[in-house]
Every structure is written in structure tokens, then in C-alpha cells.
Design a protein around this ligand. Structure first.
Ligand code: TMP
Length: 208
């Protein structure tokens, strides 16, 4: 089963992945965790180009294609083979990030992006996508206070991040069979409790 975790910057999803993976392993599942952009040697190299603060002259279409390139490699090298072995993949961001950031955020045509993403992923979309929902400003503040990596994309204006958050909500409401929303604006432990309940329920339904 392929599960992706999505959300605006500072939504806390990366903090939640590992405890969720450990919990699912204890429940007897074989779990593999990865993240985007990255997860393979080649994809990590592309990530470096995307995140560098001095690459400010990068155009939105360049950015889009680089995200897709990193993803194409991750799908073939890691995700597809592991899914074929029956593992649960937890992916910290996936193709919906491109729709949210490069589509809703930058205003690239959503239909063209969809085609590009189908090409990059070979048509592989998650069985379940969890949206860690948080107000864009609250998320960015968390990120600043948390002292984690501040990258080129965090540096975009607040209106961009608001479009990203609204875009996520639009996608989640359009396709509730694939998407589930978690309120990320709560204490870490509470978010983890909600997440575990939701994921376990969906895995059991998918495997019954
Ligand atoms: P993160 O590792 O903190 O999630 O940072 C990744 C950044 O890249 C984040 O700002 C979201 C952005 N991003 C896109 O704009 N498009 C994409 O397709 C992906 C995977 C990430």
C-alpha cells in the first residue's frame, strides 16, 4: 500500500513519519519510509539544486521538471519494487506537492501538470494521501521557530503559501476516497494519535 503525506511547509508531517512507521512495524507490517524530493542518490542530487538558496533565478517550469525528474527516479528505483513486494510505503510528499506548489502556488496549468505527473510516475498514484492541514502563516512561523532547514521554497511570499494550502484543501475535498485530512495545528502527540487511528483503519479496509 502506498501512502503519501502532504501539507504546507511547517505542517509537521516530517516529524510524524518515523513514529508512524515504528507503530505500523509493531503492528506487524513491513514499512519503508522515504521522502521527496530525494530518496535515491540521483534524486538527492536534484534536491540539492532545487533547495539551494542561491538558485533564486530558477523559473517555475524548471522547478516543476526537476521535481518530476527526482520523482521518476524514486518511483522506479524504490517505490514500485517495494510495492510489488507487498510493503507499505510512507512517502513524505509526492506528486500532489507538485500540483499544490507548482500548480496552485505558481499558477501552472493543472491539467498539463497532471499529464506530466502521470508521465513522471508511470501512472503510480498513492492509495492514501494524508493532508496535514495548517494555516500557511502558522506553518511558516513554526518552521522559523523550529530552527530547521530554511530552503528556497520557504522563501516565497506568504500569498504563495496560502494558495498552496487552499490548493491542498481543494484536492482533498474533490477526492475524499484517496485523501484524508488531519488537523496539524495541535500538539505533536495528538496529531500522532489521529494519524495512527486513520492509517490503521485504511490499511485494514484496503486489505480486507
Ligand atoms: P520539505 O523537505 O521541507 O518538505 O521541503 C520540500 C520543499 O519542496 C517544500 O517547500 C515543498 C516543495 N516541493 C514542491 O514545491 N514541489 C514538489 O513536487 C515537492 C515534492 C516539494
Amino acid at each position: 500500500m502506498f501512502i503519501s503525506l502532504e501539507g504546507p511547509d511547517g505542517s509537521g508531517k516530517s516529524t510524524q513519519v518515523q513514529p508512524l512507521a515504528e507503530y505500523l512495524s509493531r503492528e506487524g507490517y513491513t514499512v519503508f519510509t522515504t521522502r521527496e524530493p530525494g530518496g535515491t542518490t540521483i534524486s538527492d542530487q536534484v534536491r540539492e539544486v532545487l533547495m539551494r538558496l542561491d538558485n533564486r533565478s530558477m523559473y517555475p517550469r524548471t522547478e516543476t521538471l526537476l521535481f518530476c525528474a527526482a520523482r521518476a527516479q524514486l518511483v522506479e528505483e524504490v517505490i514500485r519494487p517495494r510495492l510489488q513486494r507487498g510493503e507499505i510505503i510512507l512517502c513524505d510528499r509526492y506528486a500532489d506537492s507538485t500540483l499544490a506548489y507548482q500548480g496552485y502556488g505558481h499558477g501552472n496549468d493543472l491539467q498539463i501538470l497532471q499529464q506530466l505527473l502521470d508521465f513522471a510516475t508511470g501512472g503510480l498514484w498513492p492509495d492514501l494521501t494524508i493532508l496535514f492541514d495548517i494555516d500557511a502563516i502558522a506553518g511558516l512561523n513554526r518552521r522559523k521557530v523550529g530552527g530547521g532547514e530554511w530552503n528556497r521554497l520557504d522563501d516565497y511570499q506568504i500569498a504563495f503559501h496560502q494558495r498552496v494550502r487552499d490548493g491542498y484543501l481543494t484536492m482533498a475535498h474533490k477526492d475524499p476516497k484517496r485523501w484524508a485530512i488531519v488537523n496539524a495545528d495541535q500538539e505533536i502527540e495528538k496529531v500522532q494519535v489521529d494519524l495512527r487511528r486513520l492509517v490503521l483503519e485504511r490499511i485494514k479496509t484496503a486489505r480486507s
